[in-house]
Write a protein that binds this ligand. Structure first.
Ligand code: BG6
Length: 463
């Protein structure tokens, strides 16, 4: 009888595997006492002993390292995959994890499809893919078609690690398990929505990937649009992944493609000096855009999204700003109220803040902003798991709730493609200082919608 679990990591000696997959696997195996064997596969001519050393160092788990195996591959030669087949024969569950550059997806999938390693529709054989899942809609469609030759959709796990973040999953719980919020969650009471995905770090050593990719493909196309879909979608019939995906698809379909006249791009000062970046690079390291959702719930509500590298600080947040109270007369004078903000802080300091107006304590009747705050970490004694731990644990359990479906990926490209294309024809992006909040033009973009960017703890938009 088949038994055991094998995780075959293609590109197992690469950056992603060392920094994310193996450490998360180590933590997961230790915490949940999961039993599995890692099979590293890749182009390097490592030996099993060398790979075991790497697994031990990266995962911190000697038991995981002790059983690990290594297979050297020539991706273009399907015959070189035979040792993997030999290792996994008789294994109950096999997960193929493609942690490799996108140009290798096709040969690896061809080799898998033409081998006896998988049977289409067999849930015990699963494939996990990392982005980039295509570089535009057309290539994403081709990739989906190729996946479909060897795998049924239920065997495919496309990683958007934002979906596996606890606080992103909490958006669903927050919206739909509290009857307080749904009645205000629409164009009648929401004035604007903002999403910020800001990073303090630059591109680190990733020029090879990033200089071909840029902020829109790297973050907007996936993390930002997934987050926006969860925030704006209709209540799903049930929380089963299929229904949540259906609701997200409907939200994505209602988003109009990003328009170059309502978008801003920037490049951080010094980007061109980063090792590996082309001296003439016009690649954007910052992008901001206005998004419109054309459906009954959101029509006319300005939505602004932004992301960037080398910004003032790391902050991923969704801000829902409600309309002002209609009239506030205090002491015979008409006064401005304190706008209500619902802030979902994805990271850091995971949590939710409700920013409201309150009376300043004391003899006078004056309003001050006050916050009601849920500190997400306080809901548990254990530290919040890394998103990759959640990803791996879901794949092992055969669950799909942390993974976008094929069509979502295509719809997401459809939204960003026109902007990417338009920017390719333009000159150099505005340069912004490292440690700032990005290009000035991004402030004008929001000011056009009557507001300013809001992020927790920032003087300009205190929450
Ligand atoms: C990845 C991007 O998907 O997300 C990186 O490729 C980015 O460029 C990273 O740094 C951000 O993830 P997190 O979890 O640190 O917000």
């Amino acid at each position: 009888m088949a038994s055991g679990v094998d995780l075959v990591i293609f590109g197992a000696t690469g950056d992603l595997s060392r920094r994310k997959i193996l450490p998360s696997l180590g933590a997961l195996v230790t915490r949940e006492r999961t039993k599995l064997r890692v099979i590293g596969a890749g182009r390097s001519h490592d030996t099993t002993d060398q790979f075991r050393e790497l697994v031990k160092e990266a995962s911190g788990n000697p038991a995981l390292a002790a059983t690990a195996e290594w297979v050297t591959l020539d991706y273009a030669d399907p015959a070189s995959f035979a040792p993997i087949n030999a290792l996994i024969t008789g294994t109950a569950v096999v997960i193929f994890y493609l942690a490799t550059p996108p140009e290798t997806f096709s040969p690896i999938l061809v080799a898998i499809a033409n081998s006896a390693m998988v049977t289409k529709g067999d849930p015990s054989r699963r494939v996990v893919l990392e982005k980039p899942l295509g570089y535009d809609r057309k290539s994403a469609k081709e990739l989906n078609a190729q996946l479909a030759t060897a795998f049924d959709e239920s065997q495919v796990y496309r990683i958007d690690h934002y979906l596996a973040k606890d606080t992103v999953q909490n958006v669903l719980a927050f919206r739909f398990s509290n009857s307080l919020f749904e009645p205000v969650w629409n164009r009648n009471l929401v004035e604007t929505i903002q999403i910020t995905v800001a990073e303090e770090e630059g591109i680190r050593q990733r020029a090879g990937y990033y200089d071909q990719t840029g902020a829109v493909r790297d973050i907007f196309q996936n993390h930002v649009l997934q987050l926006l879909a969860l925030v704006t979608m209709e209540p799903p019939t049930t929380f089963d992944p299929d229904y949540v995906r259906r609701a997200k698809r409907a939200a994505l379909r209602a988003m109009s493609p990003l328009d170059v006249t309502s978008a801003v791009r920037g490049q951080y000062e010094g980007y061109l000096d980063e090792p590996g970046v082309s001296l003439e690079s016009r690649r954007e390291t910052y992008a901001a855009a206005r998004v419109s959702i054309e459906n009954w719930r959101w029509d006319g509500v300005p939505i602004f999204v932004r992301t960037g590298k080398a910004l003032r600080r790391r902050a991923t947040e969704v801000v829902i700003k409600l309309r002002d109270a209609p009239l506030l007369r205090i002491g015979g004078r008409r006064q401005r109220g304190i706008p209500t903000l619902i802030v979902i802080r994805v990271q850091p300091d995971e949590g939710i803040t409700l920013r409201i107006g309150a009376k300043r304590p004391g003899p006078k009747f004056e309003l001050v902003p006050a916050g009601m705050r849920l500190d997400y970490a306080k809901l548990t004694k254990a530290p919040l798991p890394d998103a990759y731990e959640n990803v791996l644990s879901e794949v092992l359990a055969g669950g799909h709730s942390a993974f976008p479906g094929a069509e979502e990926i295509e719809l997401q490209w459809e939204i960003v493609d026109p902007l990417i294309k338009a920017w390719e024809a333009e000159g150099h992006p505005e340069v912004y200082p490292v440690g700032s909040w990005g290009p000035r033009a991004a402030d004008d973009l929001v000011a056009g919608g009557g507001g300013r960017w809001i992020v927790s703890g920032d003087e300009a938009g205190t929450t």
